[in-house]
Design a protein around this ligand. Sequence first.
Ligand code: PBG
Length: 342
Amino acid sequence: MKSTVDQLTRQQATGFPIQRLRRLRRTQALREMVKETTLSPKDFIYPMFVTHDYGQKREIPSMPGIFQLSIDMAAKEAEEVASLGIPAVLLFGLPTAKDPVGSEACDPQGVIQKAIGHIKEAVPEIIVITDVCLCEYTDHGHCGIIEDGYVDNDQTLELLARSALSHAEAGADIVGPSNMMDGTVGAIRTILDDNGFELTPIMAYAAKYASSFYGPFREAAGATPSFGDRRSYQMDPSNSREALLELELDIREGADIIMVKPALAYLDVISRAREAFSLPLAAYNVSGEYAMVKAAGRNGWLDERRVIMEILTGIKRAGADLILSYHAKEASGWLRDEGLRR
Ligand code: PBG
């Protein structure tokens, strides 16, 4: 038998054997009791790609399970989303025609403007958030107006503001500028306030990086730049202090919800943002993050369901209040099934 003195010395040095962290890991019930992070369907926002035509549902090859949906199908999908307990959808539009200034982005008869009404009619309680950007609508695929091969910031602001206003007029509950022009949030706040929409919140894609993880989205939304890339307006993946500045400026301009995007390679940024600011914080689990998991799952290289729940839990644990994710529906279904089993 070891002497009491020996044992005390060991305890002072390491905590063991008095402390055994495995005690609370022994059973499922104990683990559940001390769980620090729990996911709920309420945490999610489900992104959708909407097209004009009728009765269409086209799967996006690099995003199995995600579809381009015609407006009527999008309304049906929104009903399913709501029935799973997910509070909000985020709409991206595929226009009929593209031009240098992305005219359909501001058109009252544009795809998003029309979709909002149909979705709200089908599911009045769902929160409809609209993506405010020009890249889906411009023929060159950039997020703003091109002047001598460069995306012109200040001319773009006016179009973005008009686009956001047209979304609010069509009944959007929240507008979500994702274009990364300087001053966007302020321009949108001003035009909304001037037109009686002072209660329409702005979810700002505040720290959005120039990421290669957007690849599948560009196929889904038909928004690949025809020349160059987005590095003159989206952030350099190397920077995190700059992300705090982007977030702070958007808050000062009137953002109601701030976002970090993408999520997985930027969990440190999410965590720093959570510490620094009190506004609701969203994180975007983007298309490339989804595609990687689906590809590996399809090959049998990963346990897809467990990996998805681990990823979503990790994003929430890092500090996100809201998670924009293409996994939202499947994850909510699993959460519901687990709830039933307990
Ligand atoms: C539009 C926009 C993009 C995404 C959301 N809004 C693409 C981009 O900036 O190139 C990406 C979303 C995703 O990858 O899931 N600017």
